[in-house]
Design a binder for this molecule. Sequence first.
Ligand code: ZN
Length: 455
Amino acid sequence: MELRPLRDPLRSAEAQGVALARPALTRFLAALVAVAFLASAFPGPLGPGEAQARVSKKKSGSRKRAAARPRKPAGPPPAPVAQTLRSYTGPNSTRLVLDLSRSSGFRIQADSSSKSFAVIVPKGVKSPAFGTPVLNDGAVSAIDADETGEGFRLTVHVPEWNAPRVFGLEGDEGQAARVVVDVVRPGQAERDALERARVDRLTSTAKRIVVVDPGHGGEAVGAVGPRRTYEKDVTLAIARRLKEQLEKQPGVQVVLTRTGDYDVPLRERYRIAERYAADAFVSIHCNSSRTRSGSGTEVYFLSLSSASDEASKALADVENAADKISAGPEQGGDDDLVGILFDLRQTESMQQSSVLAEAILGEIEGGRRLEARGVRQAAFAVLKSPIVPSVLVETAFINNPAEERLLRDPGFQQEMGEQISRGVVSYLARAPVLPRNGRTGRPAPSTPANLGLAR
Ligand SMILES: [Zn+2]
């Protein structure tokens, strides 16, 4: 696991700026993730139930600001204004995100018999610009937004009653506080059965399975470029092209961790790779720096102890923080990384990960469009599988205007997909073929020729 030397001594200064450059992170570093509303909050057989939660301010920051300001005359705080409502339709649930003008309490009112529930913001008002999405996606059948005597009321109608999951996210100063509502899509058991059948079908073949992970998604937008390019959109575009390229190889099958614009928790992403006993896991991301002058590509694999350098650690912290949005407060912030089970498989898969990382970076370097900044190690939660060789590609710097232009360009996305694909294929041609955890009881053939892989 030889690491290339750092080429950029300024990088650690840049990396400190990574946090500043990413709105999603700053929200969360300054954030208090409010109390979750769990299924268990409903009484016994689900009937009318209520739960309360609050999006509240982080104390230290607001105290400091208060000290610097002239004292205002005491009075009631302004009413929280419901500003916007976004929705993200995913395979298992639909996520609704309500932006409020300021932190506020909120309350859930549910009535399973009427197949609806309401999120109530006491004393809240509706912005004149508030647009209620017209949504009928199988998880949500309709949404109403009203002002009532009590305050702002968001009513969510569902085709089949399931307890929703609701939590609050505090915004940074000047940014909205958010109420996040996850509405379960009916038919989970059937979907699970379908996935199990797909896993069985794929893992019983000799095919090499590659899981491609488009970073971020849904409310977790990732880094944002100067032209408002979202990392989550670029990563999905490149991942789709990578899938297409890889599947031109007759022996290769690709599974995407997400196929649209919705949140997927980091843990779920690598567990998909483990369920398929994948031969490789490739997570696609875009880098960001404070100076806008950062440029080039980095490829990471997991570090169990320390990162290659401070910059890599800062970057991993940024990427991991996204999980506070995607996974929510109970599951977010995958902090048991250090307590990971260290076993022989981990050693083996980390060695393979470093080979995979070198192969991918070598192809990108060969493309001569971007500087290859090196293979590095850091504690990215999404790379945590002890079984599947896993890497994370920071394709280019989205906040560098020149590289943002590239990342938006379909031609460049295609090129990046092809380069990563060539790296993965050359890795697979050399990598040992492991039996699939006894699922078939039959190790796959071990010669690249059998798999139709080009060297
Ligand atoms: Zn990212």
